[in-house]
Design a protein around this ligand. Sequence first.
Ligand SMILES: Cc1cc2nc3c(=O)[nH]c(=O)nc-3n(C[C@H](O)[C@H](O)[C@H](O)COP(=O)(O)OP(=O)(O)OC[C@H]3O[C@@H](n4cnc5c(N)ncnc54)[C@H](O)[C@@H]3O)c2cc1C
Length: 314
Amino acid sequence: MLDWIGFLPGKRESRRFVGDHILTQNDIEAAGRHFDDIVAFGGWTMDDHFPEGFYKKEAGTIFHPAPSPYGIPYRSLYSVNIENLFFAGRNISATHAAMSSTRVMATCSLLGQAVGTAAAVAVLNRITPRGVYESRLAELQQTLMEDDCYIPFRRRSVNEITAQASVTSSNGEKAESVTNGFDRMIGDDDNCWTAAMGDRLELRWESPVAIGKVRLVFDSDLSRPTHNMVSYYTLDQKPFSVPAELVKRFRVQIRGADGGWTDRVEVKNNYQRLVRVSLGVTTDGIRLIPEESWGNERVRVFAVDAYPAESDPA
Ligand SMILES: Cc1cc2nc3c(=O)[nH]c(=O)nc-3n(C[C@H](O)[C@H](O)[C@H](O)COP(=O)(O)OP(=O)(O)OC[C@H]3O[C@@H](n4cnc5c(N)ncnc54)[C@H](O)[C@@H]3O)c2cc1C
């Protein structure tokens, strides 16, 4: 009957660290909307376990609802009194009640990415973690969103070249949504270009622009149940697989001076949601052509951004 057992004794709550902000139950219930420095999100209910654990005869947990998503502020991720100390994961600056929601693994991993990115910003600019909050917050949030992190209530800012492009498609709906800076569904709005294999999405400019890279965000069905992080795998667990709607094979074409289109890049075995491809061309038009998915007849594209040759979004 026993198909899984933890290999380490675990504890949900041990030492408490204090940052410039201590995240509270009230903050979570307000969805963190009042924070200017959101760098990650949570969504798990606040689940407060009784200290007696399974020796408690009645239900072992009190659940306090939490909005999903709610924003988590950067100021909870570094120490209030130790200048060079970050917190990433279960140890962020939060009250007992708030931590009962933020401590889940998927949320901890987002906090890890936020802190890793903040550490890079701090090192590059020779500033402290608090210095990042004081002078580089917008850069931190934008870098996270460029790397396809979701920050609630924030829009990724789209560069000038992309904003100037006119977007059309040979077929499919909502082509123009690929340059709006939102890289996923917005509520019930699917906010993406939905296309069949071989359909073409075109970005065109009035005069040629020098393009270094193209950044693409494909649909990887973030709401599929098997995305949930589980703390154990049962024997009857279905194997994980690449989402059927994800683009597997695609081409990027460029428009020549004569108005003809030529292939610039072909990617054959993509299994990523965020894809950056190098172009290194001066052109007045690029095309994205999805040619194969991992199973579905239609695919969905959330973002197509063109980056000027001198910038490096990676
Ligand atoms: C019993 C239990 C059940 C849970 N169930 C779930 C669940 O179903 N779903 C879910 O999402 N979350 C669950 N959680 C919560 C979640 O697992 C943890 O909060 C999360 O994994 C914490 O991740 P972390 O990286 O912040 O810390 P940890 O996973 O604790 O990692 C810290 C690491 O640092 C290491 N370390 C410590 N000191 C040092 C040192 N001086 N030098 C080097 N390394 C050091 C430790 O060995 C450890 O590997 C559960 C937690 C427990 C205890």
